[in-house]
Design a protein around this ligand. Structure first.
Ligand code: BGP
Length: 485
């Protein structure tokens, strides 16, 4: 029984509306930034970094193009229609918790409406009610790559301060409409990823930025998201006194490639920059080293007089984060280029990689948990973790995924080891408990689920759901609260 987790540990899974729902223009929903994300087949460093960029021209073409095969996120896995069946499968596994997001454009199609779309409000009420009926606790992400495309085209997304008010309006509708159903809220998904994916996270279109000021625009947009996160945290506590509001970080734990102090210094800077995003939402102020970094880079952020107080007085209740891999940093640019097949950074020779080049590091999760708890002393929940893989359906319909069971088993053991060292971890939601559309590549073949969905990268298939071997394994883990690890 050495792996038994704390009583009431919240085991479950995590989804995002834009990657599962489909029904991209149903019942009054407006177009979101995700709806113009195209399918990408190759996974190379350049392609990975390149294809996430966007242009007004690409957007306008996509808005006229109804070839849903080109835009996999428009179809997702049709969760919008099948959610009762999928929730029943999650309940069969014994889920205590499910993380979902509310697509902003189902409630506010362009983001600027003064009243919400009733059909959107109704859909999420039915989804959340069904989760409650199945005794599954919702964790609701308010911004998960689903901002209105109209705000991106009209204002260059979050660069415009006015978008704060539109987001607060959207969140207030959610808090009031679902206050009897939802206790746990998350503001921005992987808020740190704005500097890696400025369009899907903040609606920023490079050509709408002042030439040479693209990076400044990203951090201006980020500041507006920080202010919005604080304002909605305040509103949520007022509307739902028992609520818990969290921030969310991509935990990119990075190791130095050698003990050369230059590598160590580069790694330290990378890890501190990664913390910056949670620092602001947990400590309520910008770290002085980030302010100095802005000065050196000539980045000037416009703040309103009231912003510092807003940030300081409305910090979050808990920290959530995603963890998939660890990274390795070298000051030698040739090394990074030479390693080639990892999506980011230098390849770590001590670690295996997934088929998409993400380095699999279970101990890195324990390291991450200890680092984060030591820094923030806040209750934590892991809200994304898992391995994308090309699963095979056998002739008899079975799907054997020992690699996924091994990935989870090793990561769960490290979670328990961290808890035994004093870390306050209150839950875990695997990423993509059911196969869904990849955020980064829009592929279906990058499968994360315990449940297989019959659909290929081009959208062919019956959408039939099938239990993989890992479905039965995770069910046992939840039943035994980890004792069966
Ligand atoms: C995170 C996103 C998730 C999820 C995950 C896996 O950044 O928050 O939405 O997609 O990445 O990435 P991918 O789907 O590209 O494999």
């Amino acid at each position: 029984m050495k792996y038994k987790f704390p009583e009431n540990f919240l085991w479950g899974g995590a989804l995002a509306a834009n990657q599962v729902e489909g029904a991209w223009d149903a019942d009054g929903k407006g177009m979101s930034v995700a709806d113009v994300a195209m399918y990408r087949s190759k996974i190379s460093v350049d392609d990975y970094k390149g294809h996430l960029e966007i242009s007004k021209d690409l957007i306008e073409k996509a808005m006229q193009d109804n070839d849903i095969k080109k835009y996999p996120k428009r179809r997702g896995i049709n969760f919008y229609e099948y959610y009762k069946e999928d929730l029943a499968l999650f309940a069969e596994m014994g889920f205590k918790v499910l993380r979902v997001s509310i697509a902003w454009t189902r409630l506010f199609p362009t983001g600027e409406e003064t009243e919400p779309n009733p059909a959107g409000v109704k859909y999420y009420r039915e989804l959340l009610t069904e989760m409650r009926r199945l005794h599954i606790e919702p964790i609701v992400t308010l911004s998960h790559y689903e901002m209105p495309l109209a705000l991106s085209l009209k204002y260059n997304g979050w660069v415009e301060r006015k978008v704060i008010d539109y987001f607060v309006r959207f969140c207030n509708v959610c808090f009031n409409a679902y206050k009897d159903l939802v206790k746990y809220w998350l503001t921005f998904n992987e808020i740190d990823s704005i500097d890696r994916h400025p369009f899907i996270t903040a609606g920023i279109i490079p050509e709408l930025c002042e030439t040479g000021k693209e990076e400044e625009a990203i951090y201006q947009a980020l500041h507006h998201q920080f202010v919005a996160s604080s304002l909605v945290t305040k509103a949520c506590h007022e509307i739902i006194p028992s609520s818990q509001v969290g921030c969310m970080l991509t935990k990119l734990t990075t190791y130095p490639n050698t003990c050369n102090p230059l590598d160590v210094e580069a790694t330290l800077k990378k890890n501190l920059h990664n913390y910056f995003y949670a620092d602001v939402q947990i400590f309520g102020e910008y770290p002085v080293m980030i302010e100095k970094w802005f000065e050196r880079k000539g980045i000037q952020i416009v703040m309103a007089p009231e912003d510092k107080a807003i940030l300081k007085e409305n910090t979050v209740d808990y920290l959530s984060f995603s963890y998939y891999m660890s990274l390795t940093e070298s000051v030698d640019p040739e090394l990074e280029k030479a390693s080639g097949n990892t999506i980011m950074g230098v390849k770590n020779p001590y670690l295996p990689s997934s088929e998409w080049g993400w380095q699999i590091d279970p101990l890195g999760l324990k390291i991450s948990l200890i680092e984060l708890y030591d820094r923030y002393k806040k209750p934590m929940i892991i809200v994304e973790n898992g391995v994308g893989a090309k699963d095979v359906v056998e002739a008899d319909g079975s799907i054997h995924d020992p690699y996924r069971i091994r990935y989870f088993s090793e990561h769960f053991k490290q979670m328990k080891a961290a808890i035994d060292e004093g870390v306050d971890l209150f839950g875990y939601t695997s990423w993509g408990p059911i196969d869904i559309i990849s955020a980064g590549t829009s592929q279906m073949s990058k499968r994360y689920g315990f449940i297989y969905v019959d659909q290929d990268d081009e959208g062919n298939g019956t959408l039939r759901r099938s239990r993989k071997d890992s479905f039965y394994w995770y069910k046992k883990i939840i039943e035994s609260n980890g004792a069966d690890l």
